[in-house]
Design a protein around this ligand. Sequence first.
Ligand SMILES: Cc1ncc(COP(=O)(O)O)c(C=O)c1O
Length: 444
Amino acid sequence: MSIIKELEREYIRKHVKSRALYERALRCYPSGVTHDARYAEPFPIYMVRADGTRKWDVDGNEYIDYVMGHGALLFGYNDERLREAINNVLSNIHMGSCTELEIEWAEMIKKLVPNAKDGFVRACACGGEAIEMAVRLARIHTGRDKIVIHEGCYHGKWEEINCGHNGPPYGHCNIRGIPKSVRDNVVIIPYNKPDILKRVFAEGDVACILLQGNAPYTREYMEEIRELTIEYGVVFLLDEVVSGFRYAPGGAQEYYGVIPDITVLGKIVGGGAPIGAICGSKDLLQYYEFRDEYWNRFVRISLGGTWNAQPLCISAGLETLRIIDRERDRIYPRLYEICDRLTESIRKNAEELGLAVTVAGTPPERPMVFIQPRFDPNADPKASYAYYLSMTNEGICLFDKRRFVPCAKHSNEDLKRTDDAVRKSLEILKDGDLVPTVKSTAPP
Ligand SMILES: Cc1ncc(COP(=O)(O)O)c(C=O)c1O
């Protein structure tokens, strides 16, 4: 029996109830799932409970989790401090009124995020919605239409910025239903090529450039973008939905030392509950202000949102930010150590086994999120599938079937068990001849 068949057999044997649920789900949802990243062959695993860094599925299997609520959780599941904060607002679940909590939440953002310090904040329902708000502000502010984004970056499912996500060729894949008039406003450029960016800016009509904080930009490129945006009067939007409060308390902008005009937040800023936010200079966010009749009718952006500053999200987010602020000297060194150990686990095991496997993740110089093995281009197309099956069978729950999203609570025991699973999975890839060995890929 082939290695893949053996792995599948074990997966099916261990997950009988998940398989049955998937068959039900197939009658409810297209391909049975509610998020692309949760789709898996031969079927996804259905979870029932999570605590700390562990999750349990319907069949009673335990996992060390590296999904962390799509990156929304920095302190693992069921953190008692967050639970208490959420419990405190349950009886006033959504009053649809202003609250002191929302002020405290914005004050903490202003304290932690460098570009919010002297500016304003605005809350919304999710990261993608915050991106949409930020782009509109940039357009009003500059009187221009075009958005510049980078190949492959993900900024949510809003059609305008989603058209650069899949490729190559970028701008052509998965774009059906996005009108050409919308796509014409989007310029998709490669990473780390300042000359191309300069040319695009010089052509004119660029309102903003949007960067995904957790993409592999070089520090020099970030610095050049900052200079070029000032030179050409383009608004610099930094999407910190993933990198925010993860790369550093102040996100990628603190990590790189490059301050954008508008920061987009999501995930951690809601402590695991649905949220999005933007923050930036008062000059830019002034378009939400109420003023005289002319301004209110013709200039300002009118903006509602049932879920804006919803108390559950605000209280969980506020508690998360307070913990970050209070315990940053303990949290971040440990988080970096965990990320280094996960990176090293893949690198070292691959090297010892002589496999043509490297480590990817962001930021490239010190992966802190989406840490994953990268297989040699000559690897069997089924290598990733075998890796997913093996890691799941070994009790490791990965994000999008291949990536580690760590949290500050992963213990040394978690890391040891993860290292054992990585070792075993890479050995299986080697035994099954699914990834070339370093020797066989070397030039003659
Ligand atoms: C970098 C980035 N930006 C934006 C988003 C969209 O956020 P949301 O799913 O809250 O709309 C995501 C979601 O994963 C993301 O990873």
